[in-house]
Design a protein around this ligand. Structure first.
Ligand SMILES: Nc1ncnc2c1ncn2[C@@H]1O[C@H](COP(=O)(O)OP(=O)(O)O)[C@@H](O)[C@H]1O
Ligand SMILES: [Mg+2]
Length: 181
């Protein structure tokens, strides 16, 4: 995929399908370390060791609508192409963590894309799931936690347009300060 944000959306959708109630998204970018890292950690149904061993093989999937799953195999290929890689940790009944690293200076490392759009789309699509979005650069970091927001909102659903707009603005403002603007 041509943007990190689209990969993040795709991998997080696996967590939604796996029945997660908490999904933690991390996007870290460091010029000093020459790395772009995206990770998705969930508390969904997890994968057995046997399944996990085959999951980056495009001929493995539990999907019935399409014969092959391409999300993880493609991400692995794209990350490795830049000198990075894909790591998946999973435990049946506990959850899964998928971490992709890219070498930042590599020509084939995709741009970050619309991270704000990805987070807002996920919250809008699954307002009952708790999302924690962590964004880090060499200049600092910020965190958005819908679990904390929920306490402040006292019953107002996260997919209310005003709430989604607030999430978008929060991410945009914090992103700007990470870019030194
Ligand atoms: N976070 C996850 N938790 C549990 N199972 C997962 C997770 N991510 C992927 N899987 C399993 O791995 C399979 C392959 O995932 P993927 O490569 O994204 O292809 P697809 O989503 O098209 O099936 C999924 O169908 C699912 O069975
Ligand atoms: Mg998928």
């Amino acid at each position: 995929m041509k943007e990190i944000s689209l990969n993040l959306l795709d991998i997080a959708q696996n967590s939604v399908s796996a029945g997660a109630t908490l999904i933690e998204l991390t996007v870290r970018e460091s010029q000093a370390e020459d790395i772009v890292l995206m990770s998705v950690a969930d508390n969904g149904k997890g994968m057995s060791p046997e399944f996990l061993a085959r999951v980056t093989d495009p001929f493995t999937t539990t999907r019935t609508t399409r014969p092959v799953g391409m999300g993880l195999p493609l991400l692995k290929m794209e990350a490795e192409m830049t000198g990075g890689g894909l790591e998946i940790k999973s435990e049946l009944g506990r959850g899964t963590t998928v971490t992709a690293t890219f070498r930042r200076s590599h020509i084939d490392t995709p741009p970050l894309g619309d991270l704000k759009g990805t987070v807002v789309t996920l919250v809008q699509g699954s307002p009952d799931i708790d999302f924690v979005y962590r964004r880090e650069t060499d200049l600092g970091q910020f965190v958005l936690s819908t679990r904390e927001m929920r306490e402040q909102l006292g019953g107002v659903p996260l997919d209310e347009p005003e709430v989604l707009a607030w999430i978008g603005e929060y991410i945009e403002e914090n992103e700007q300060s990470l870019q030194g603007e």
